[in-house]
Each structure stands twice: as C-alpha cells, then as structure tokens.
Design a protein around this ligand. Structure first.
Ligand SMILES: O=C(O)CCC(=O)C(=O)O
Length: 807
C-alpha cells in the first residue's frame, strides 16, 4: 500500500540552514515523485507500471518485418482470428467466462478420473496443513504459482525476496513445499527412458541455480514461473518437471510440444500455513498465454531452457551437476487449447499447448550425438551411452565448432504465415464459432475455448474424453518461420572499458564461462569467476577518494528525511554539536520517535549524526579497501528460489562476533584481521559518545558493499541477542533508508506504506536505539549507486543459541 499523500511544495534547505531550525513535517510529499530506482520494491513496481507506454513502439518491435516471398492470399491474424489468437483489448472482459466454462460447470459426468484408475497414487485435494518448518523441496517451476511471501523478520527468513530483486527481473520467490504436499500431478507421463545416459558434453550454456540463469542469461530472467516475457513478447520458456500428457520431444528435440502458461495446481505458503490452490482455466488473455500467442502469430523466436527434471530430455543432466540447460532458439509452430484432467470441481481445466520448432540457421541441436553411425541431422539421433572421455570434451571446443549460439540473418527467411492459414494439418472452420482450429488429433474438433462446442465431437456433441493420438503428420516439421533478425544466444563477455565505473550494473550481472559454459553469479567483489572451473577475470576496483565517494546527488525533494503524516512519528529539534579537534562543526542530530501507540517510549529513537567534517571523511576512506574483500553471501538453506544456491543482492563482510544473518562463523573474521573495519567501529563509537553521550561498545560490524542497483531488502534487526543499539556508518553514494510497520503490527497491510525515509549521505551515522525500533519497524536501504556501509552491533551469547536449542 502506498501512503496517502498529497503533493506540496517542499523547501530545500541546506544542512546549515536546517540547524536549530524548527522544521515542518515533511510528510506531505508524493513518494511517487521519486525516481523508481530509489523506491522500495513495491513502490518501484507500481511506479514502473504507471509509466505511459507507447503502443506503437511496442507493436513495431514485435510485429514481423515484411515477409519475403509471402503469399498475399495468406490472411494475417489481424484479419481473422483463428483459435487462440491473442485477444483484442476490448475482448478481454467479455472472454473472462466463456460459454464453454458455463457448459463445463453444468456437466455432471466428469472425464474419467485417471487417478482412480491409477489407484492410491492418484492426486488428492489437499486441505490446509499447519506446518512449522517444512522440508524444503523444489516443486515443478513450470506449474507452481509463487507462494505468498512470509515475514521478513531475519529470525524467520534470513533474506527476503527483495534481496535478490533487481529492476529488470521478476522478484524471485521462495518455493517451499512441505513433504506432505508433494503429490505428483495427475496429468503426467511416466518417463520410460530411465536410466538416461550422461550428456555427450556439457551444454554450451548451463547453470546450477535459477539465480545464475536469471543473472547471467538475458533470454530468461524469470525467477518464478516458466515463461519469461517482456512487453508481451516471450523471450524464454522453461521446460521443467513432469511433462503433461501428449507433450512430445520429437525429431531429436527439434519439435517439442509443451503445456505452458501457469495456473496449474499450486501450493501457497503464508505465515507457515500451507494451502493448495486448485488448477484453473488458462485464458488467452492471461499474461503468459497472451505473450506466447503473440510469439506464435508473429513467428518471433524464443529460447527454450530445460531443467534436470524435464523427463522428455533424453540425457541425464544431474550426472554433470547441470540443473538448467539452454536448448536454443525455437519458434511456435502451433498453439491450441484443450481440456486436461484436473483436480477441481469440474474435473478438467483448459490448457494451452504449444508446439515449438527448432529455428534453422543455428546449426544442429548441441545434444545430438553426431558421432552415432547413420546420424541423421534432420531426424536427430537417439542418445547412446556416452564414453567418459566424450562427456568430458571441453565445451570450449564445442562452442567453437558450430553450436546453436546465434541465428544468422543470411540463413533465414521469414515466411510470416500462420500455420493455420491453410498449408498445414488441414485446419477446419468451426461451423458454430466460425474460427479455424488445426487438425491436431485423429478426428477434428473445435479448439476455440470460447466456443460452445469446444473439445466436443462435432457429430454427437459429446465431450471428448480422450483425443487419442496425434493425427499422422501433425508432428512433422513445418517450413521455418522466423523474423529476419540477428539474435545472439551466447551471453556477451563483460568487457572492462577504460574510464568505466567498475561498480556499474554490467559488473553486477552473472558471467558465462567460455571454458565450460556455466553461468555464474558475480559472487566476489574482486573478480568475475566461474564456479565450475578455473576461469576468472579480474576487475580491480580502485580505491575511491573521499570526494569521489561523496559525489552523487539524490534527486529527492527532501534534504534529510520524510515523515508520513499518518505515521504519528514525531521528530525533535535539529541540533548541532561539535566533533573532533576541539572546533565546533555544524552537524545534524535528528531524533525521531513515535508519539502514539508504538514508540511512545523516548528510549526508542532514531538519530542521524552527520560527521560533517573533512577530517571525518579522511578517516572513513580507509574503510573501503577492507570492505572490498566482501562476497555475496549464500542465503539460508531454509529458502529455495528456483533451484540451487541463492545469493544476496549485495556484498558483505562480517568482523567481530559471528552474526547469524551472514552465516555465522563461516563468514566472520576477527577485528585484528580487519583493521579498517576496526577503525570504523572506533569512529562510530566516538561520534555516538560526542553526539548522544552514549558509551557504546560494539563487538560486531557488518560491512555491506553495493554496486549500481543493488540494495538490501526490508528486514528488522530483531534477532534474539542483538542490540538494542545499532549504528550504521555510510560511505559513498547517498542512499534512502525506508521504514515501514512490521507486518505483525499491520496484518491486514493497511499501513504497509513507507512511514519514514531517512537520507543517508557519505559520513552519516544512523543510530537506531531501542528494541522498539526493530520490533515495530522494518527497514530497507536503497543506495543511489556505489556505496559501502558499516553497521555496528552488540551481539550477546543468546544470539549464538541455535533455534532448536531455544525452549
Ligand atoms: O546501511 C545499510 O546499507 C544497511 C544496514 C542494515 O540495514 C543492516 O545491516 O541491518
């Protein structure tokens, strides 16, 4: 929820003007006027969706270019809308509940329940289960809706989804599923090809975790769901988990049929309570389906990615530690809707099926073993058991010898036709809805879900129980259809250009290893490296001067802080106090407390101490080189995002006492080994003594380093044995620290908006004093650009007692 705020002109006072001045409440500003990259995620998402979009731009980008050799008699989808065409804007509401659904709801006899036939292993409706700490399992990503994110209290989830969120990606979610809910989908085919042989060689592009794919591969940046689309065009499609009935992998993988578009039965987790959501009908206007249909009509290629659970792929990815492998470019040859069995009231759901065909011009699929005698590149060769030596063949060699890494313009022609336009598989026009449907199965029936005879025998109008086999010839390859475009699959290497800030966004992204093909996240501050082999590229980030660190303006309409007028937080007078070598230095002390309900106790306060002196800055710059040893830490094993390891969205380094948040002992060094961090601690303690007359003695400092667009998620430092005094020193670009009410005090999300925002500039120390600050509020830090923060705490023994040991 966004706070209800109204616009009001806000004066810009310099720090010096503000000293000792009774400032007005700065709550009356519009947070939406802030640049999106400075907003916390939920506001950022809102800001992004409220941007006006140029329809023309979008259409031009995704409509096919003029076709070469196209037949003018071939009608375009815009002229007549066959089955499953992307709806026009005006159609959307009308199509929400089609006549087919009305009929389906009134039909008494459901399609025969295969689960019953299969005995007790069949699918069940799952009722809500109370589950304290579930066993974490990955659930078919192609079919799972994101669970509702739970608490962001570090004691529950050490990292929340915001930690990994960057602006051009979907936020990753926790895919958690208690064992008791792990029932296989009803509509699956058993894989008969086990045991699968080992891969002939590593794939040219592969990853071990979903995050690696999303950070390192432009064609697939979806942490949740199986369809990655941008501006209504699908860039990547994930084939994962169980295949649905009638899914196929033909011609050696040149022709693949898959069920896509989400809305399968899913598990939702909220506050530790797991519930299942029933499968529901896919609609042509559902975002994923709609985007897939747009690719279908335009012939635009997309990239197929598989995971190691995709049963129809003939090789075993797991043997080589491959979780995700990129197949190559495909276009959609056919799209249609059909009924599939489901575990809901009607016993069935509408599902869209897509037939993907390998794009010509990108060589043969990399997994086809050309060494097999009688290898037929058209048909593909079935996998043979692979010799160990062949399996270990260097991907480097493979990459250089013709892999599906690029579609070259010269080899393509754009047919720009629809497969329904009369050439393939004898489409027929339905005499009820007058929309053509392809002839997919042995007998033809209407595949337009809004038609009252959808999936019904045209003669006796009976619902089709089993459509049987595909019509002979349906699985044959069709002439290629693609746009004249130079599309590059291989991730571009990160090039270190002269004078480029090496903390820029490009350097936060994942890297593709030219030796073994693995995608790795940027996990070390000092270099880009492959997590599989020895490949690495040094990116030596130079030491920054105080001036350089301080540079960077925050385009926000407030100098120091923002208070939401409905928050009831009050601030005291702004005062100045002296630091350092005897001279008085103008500085700000801003005490903020909440007057009613929550922070009524004066002990709970927030103070921003600005060092304000040149001498302070020179002391601080020493901290930087120390923090540069930082790494992106591994998130807790309580969370699975997609598959594999999960890293935070910033780099960190811990000194002093182990801090559970950064993995305890494993990621902590003693202060003696971190002299600059130790200096920062001394400086923080000194400033607090001077400004607040508090004798703080911190025994832990967490240093966080942020590159462009990185940030720390909403959380509170409310773990047992922490604080209650927490003080953070800011270095580098200015940042916004937003506070919102903790979810436990606002369960209905009524006041989920930002209650308070504090600007943190180079040299500032923000002091959070009192357990109430952590208990009532969560905070997030969104830097404007390169920034390092050193946050000091007092950690007691209680903090080290493991969760299971607490009574
Ligand atoms: O100042 C920062 O960058 C974040 C500090 C913080 O929230 C923390 O360490 O808990």
């Amino acid at each position: 929820m966004v706070p209800s705020v109204k616009r009001q002109k806000v004066a810009h006072h310099s720090i010096y003007e503000a000293v000792n001045m009774k400032m007005e409440n700065y709550g009356e500003i519009d947070l939406h006027s802030l640049p999106p990259h400075l907003l916390p995620n939920e506001l950022e998402a809102e800001a992004a969706t409220s941007q006006p979009r140029s329809k023309n731009r979008r259409r031009n980008r995704h409509r096919p270019m003029a076709s070469i050799g196209s037949d003018s008699s071939i009608s375009r989808p815009s002229q007549r809308r066959p089955v499953a065409a992307a709806p026009l804007e005006s159609d959307i509401d009308k199509r929400k509940l089609g006549p087919a659904q009305a009929i389906a709801n009134s039909i008494e006899a459901p399609i025969e329940d295969e689960a019953n036939r299969a005995g007790s292993s069949g699918y069940r409706i799952i009722t809500p289960v109370q589950s304290p700490i579930p066993k974490i399992e990955e659930y078919s990503l192609n079919s799972v809706s994101p669970p509702v994110d739970g608490s962001t209290d570090r004691s529950h989830y050490l990292h929340s989804r915001d930690d990994l969120f960057t602006m051009d990606e979907e936020a990753p979610v926790k895919i958690v599923k208690p064992e008791s809910l792990l029932t296989p989908p009803l509509d699956f085919v058993l894989d008969t090809r086990f045991p699968k042989p080992k891969l002939p060689h590593l794939p040219p592009i592969w990853a071990e975790s979903r995050q690696e794919i999303c950070e390192g591969f432009d064609w697939f940046r979806s942490y949740q769901g199986g369809v990655y689309h941008v501006d209504n065009a699908v860039k990547g499609y994930m084939l994962g988990g169980f295949a649905a009935r009638r899914d196929v992998f033909e011609h050696g993988g040149r022709f693949i049929i898959s069920h896509g578009g989400g809305k399968a039965e899913s598990v939702i987790c909220r506050d530790g309570l797991y519930t299942s959501a029933q499968a529901s009908d896919q609609l042509a206007e559902d975002k994923s389906v709609r985007a897939l249909l747009e690719n279908y009509w335009t012939g635009r290629p997309l990239v197929l990615v598989i995971d190691d659970k995709y049963v129809l792929f003939p090789y075993d990815l797991t043997a080589d530690g491959v979780t995700y492998a990129v197949l190559g470019f495909y276009t959609i040859a056919y799209a249609w809707a059909e009924y599939q069995l489901a575990n809901n009231e009607t016993g069935r759901v509408i599902r869209y099926k897509f037939a993907f065909q390998w794009c010509e011009g990108q060589g043969d699929p990399w997994w086809l073993d050309k060494s097999v005698e009688g290898y037929n590149s058209e048909a593909g060769s079935l996998p043979q058991p692979v010799q160990a030596s062949a399996a270990e063949k260097s991907v480097e060699t493979v990459i250089s010898t013709g892999l599906p890494l690029k579609i070259s313009e010269a080899e393509l022609y754009s047919t720009n036709f629809s497969p329904l336009d009369g050439f393939f598989n004898s489409p027929q026009i339905c005499n009820v809805c007058h929309i053509p449907s392809p002839h997919v199965y042995s007998s033809w029936f209407c595949l337009e879900p809004d038609c009252i005879v959808f999936w019904r025998d045209p003669i006796n109008q009976e619902l089709v129980e089993d459509p049987g086999e595909y019509k002979p010839g349906f699985l044959e390859l069709i002439p290629p259809r693609s746009q004249l475009e130079d599309l590059v699959l291989l991730p571009e290497p990160v090039v270190v250009a002269k004078n480029e800030p090496l903390t820029g966004y490009a350097f936060t992204r994942g890297v593709h290893c030219p030796k073994c093909g693995r995608l790795s996240c940027r996990f070390q501050w000092k270099k880009l490296s492959c997590l599989k082999c020895s490949w690495e590229q040094h990116v030596e980030i130079p030491k920054r001067s105080a001036e350089n660190l301080r540079a960077g303006r925050l385009p926000v309409p407030f100098e120091k802080f923002y208070l939401n007028s409905s928050s009831a937080i009050i601030h005291g007078p702004l005062t100045s106090f002296g630091f350092g070598n005897g001279g008085r230095v103008p500085a700000i002390k801003l005490a903020i407390r909440r007057q009613t309900k929550f922070l009524s106790d004066i002990k709970n306060r927030l103070t921003l101490v600005n060092s304000g002196s040149a001498d302070g800055h020179s002391e601080l710059t020493n901290v930087c080189p120390q923090a540069l040893v930082a790494v992106r830490n591994v998130a807790t094993d309580l969370i699975v995002v997609g598959r594999g390891t999960l890293l935070t969205n910033y780099f960190s380094h811990n000194a002093g006492e182990p801090y559970q948040y950064v993995g305890g002992d494993a990621n902590t060094v003693p202060f003696e080994e971190a002299p600059a961090v130790s200096d920062a601690r001394s400086l923080i303690q000194k400033r607090i003594r001077e400004a607040l007359q508090l004798n703080a003695s911190f025994n832990e400092v967490l240093s966080c380093a942020y590159m462009e667009r990185q940030r720390m998620a909403f959380h509170s430092d409310a773990e047992v044995g922490l604080g209650p005094l927490v003080a953070g020193l800011s270095l580098g670009s200015p940042a916004l620290m937003h506070f919102r009410l903790h979810r436990k005090y606002d369960p209905e999300y009524e006041q989920r908006g930002i209650q308070m925002t504090v600007v943190l500039r180079h040299g500032d120390i923000l002091v959070m004093d009192g357990a109430g600050v952590q208990d009532f509020y969560e905070h997030t830090v969104v830097p404007n650009n390169f920034r390092i923060a050193a946050t000091a705490r007092q950690i007691t023994k209680q903090h080290h007692v493991k969760k299971e040991e607490t009574p």
